[in-house]
Design a protein around this ligand. Structure first.
Ligand SMILES: *[C@@H]1O[C@H](CO)[C@@H](O)[C@H](O)[C@H]1NC(C)=O
Length: 502
């Protein structure tokens, strides 16, 4: 026997069995049909007349009818043809909500034979329902620290159709953070679960929109969807970050107290309290905390007391930004104080003479001075000068030391006392000055001979005058001082006349 022949034989046998079964069941007063649901009213269900071997005239005269039990009649008997037809549109899902095999029964009475036949009509499922979710939207709130692999149950979809027309599969679309797992429930039902496939990061994406799609096995398949909205809850997983690793600012030393010198800013990517930043100074390292005030809320650094460049020309603060948790960042704030010409040069007389001999040679040292200016740069550059016309000059000595020396030999007989003013001025604008006075007395040297008031003196005397009579008075003066100016008179050679001396 060929393969086609075998197949033909099988079909013949199956058909034969069907006919035999129908005949046997008809003999038992039982008929079986099947009809798809949702057929329009009047659709053919089965040829009752033929299957029961009834004569059509008997039918047309009302001898055969469907028994009315006061319930909804789904079927009717067509008088002319003897066909069982639908009397209503039949919805399988309405009639047999939870029953897999939906069979409607009606009874046929043949008046002439006093015979009742039962007719079972199986309502075949049609894929007229799509899977549906009771809730079309679901909100899930997950912490961003939720471990990958965590599972969250999702609502199941329902499809009232039966068999392959009922729910078959689920699929999830959205993003790579989530995947779908389907567990088999105890009753063989499918339970969809959302699986976190990749760690969440609220700062990257605070919401995820997913779509869960349920499909049935019909042809064509019908689908139903539910939207899943995942809100990612913040965790304190971000530390504050300063806008700069180091802040530098230059301020003049005369900046007023209370001025804002600089503002530090840190941001935290977290939200709410987790992202709230507070600033603080690392006190233990900063002696500057009594000079500068840091506002913990705004990050403003203000001046608490007046700065002094000469006391400190730079400060380094370590500032921290903390969030509400334990996360923080540190930055450096370098404050450079710039100089203001607020210091006059200081002139110190380190050593000096009070007197100098008038025969001291030119270049004799009269005083040693020291100048200093606490300002820096041009503000601290000092120039020294002496009175114009004074017989002295300045000579630079070691570093900031100057010598006052005589510019030429002095002459006590001309000027016996000097008040030498030394001036020091810095290079600021305007310059600041200071001065010192050196009082110097010039000591005498016997460098002047006595000089007679007259070159020649003459007098007339009467003869026979008494001895001791005054002839004349001579006078000599000496420009020197003290002993050097004391004049003694002595008579030299006397020619012709004696001279009386007092
Ligand atoms: C020098 O200064 C002193 C004190 O001020 C004063 O007594 C004296 O007269 C001054 N001498 C000269 C030569 O100016």
């Amino acid at each position: 026997m060929s393969a086609a022949g075998r197949r033909w034989g099988r079909r013949q046998r199956a058909l034969l069995w069907g006919v035999l079964l129908a005949a046997w069941e008809a003999a038992r007063g039982q008929l079986r049909y099947s009809v798809p649901e949702e057929m329009p009213k009047g659709s053919f269900v089965g040829d009752v007349a033929k299957d029961l071997g009834l004569q059509l005239p008997a039918l047309s005269h009302g001898g055969v009818r469907i028994l009315d039990k006061g319930r909804t009649q789904y079927f009717a008997l067509h008088g002319k043809t003897g066909h069982l037809v639908t009397a209503e549109r039949i919805d399988r899902e309405q009639l047999c909500r939870l029953v897999e095999k939906c069979v409607l029964r009606c009874e046929l009475i043949v008046e002439g034979e006093m015979q009742v036949y039962g007719i079972d009509v199986e309502i075949m499922d049609v894929n007229d329902n799509a899977p549906s979710f009771r809730q079309a939207e679901k909100d899930l709130r997950l912490s961003e620290t939720t471990a990958p692999g965590s599972r969250f149950p999702l609502a199941e979809a329902h499809d009232p159709d039966s068999g392959r027309n009922s729910l078959r599969s689920y699929e999830l679309s959205g993003d790579e953070h989530f995947s779908l797992a389907v567990q088999a429930g105890p009753g063989g039902d499918q339970r969809p679960e959302l699986v976190l496939a990749k760690a969440l990061d609220r700062e990257e994406a605070a919401f995820h929109e997913l779509v869960l799609r349920a499909s049935d096995g019909g042809d064509p398949a019908r689908t139903g969807t539910a939207r899943i909205r995942v809100t990612v809850l913040d965790a304190n997983d971000n530390a504050p970050v300063f806008s700069q690793a180091e802040y530098t600012v230059r301020v003049p030393e005369d900046v007023p107290v209370g001025s804002v010198l600089i503002t530090v800013t840190a941001t935290d990517a977290d939200e709410g309290l987790n992202g709230l930043v507070k600033y603080s100074m690392k006190k233990e390292t900063d002696m500057a905390s009594d000079i500068f005030h840091l506002d913990s809320e705004t990050g403003e650094i203000t001046l608490l007391r007046i700065l002094d460049f000469e006391e400190g020309d730079s400060y380094e603060l370590e500032v921290q930004a903390h969030d509400n948790g334990a996360l923080f960042d540190t930055t450096k704030v370098a404050i450079t104080v710039t100089d203001i010409n607020d210091n006059a040069p200081e002139l110190t007389v380190s050593s000096k003479l009070n007197e100098i001999s008038e025969d001291a040679p030119a270049g004799a040292v009269v005083a040693l001075l020291h100048v200093e200016d606490r300002d820096s740069g041009r503000n601290g550059e000092v120039r020294c000068s002496l009175d114009v016309g004074a017989p002295f000059r300045l000579e630079k000595s070691y570093e900031d030391y100057y010598r006052v020396v005589t510019a030429r030999e002095l002459d006590r007989e001309q000027v016996s006392e000097y008040n030498v003013t030394v001036r020091a001025a810095d290079g600021g604008s305007p310059p600041l000055q200071s001065s010192a006075v050196l009082a110097l007395r010039v000591l005498d040297v016997n460098d002047n001979a006595p000089v007679f008031a007259q070159e020649r003196y003459s007098a007339r005397l009467a003869e026979n005058n008494a001895a001791g009579a005054l002839v004349l008075t001579v006078r000599a003066s000496d420009a020197d001082w003290g002993q050097n100016a004391r004049v003694r008179y002595r008579l030299g050679d006397v020619r012709f006349f004696p001279i009386v001396v007092f």
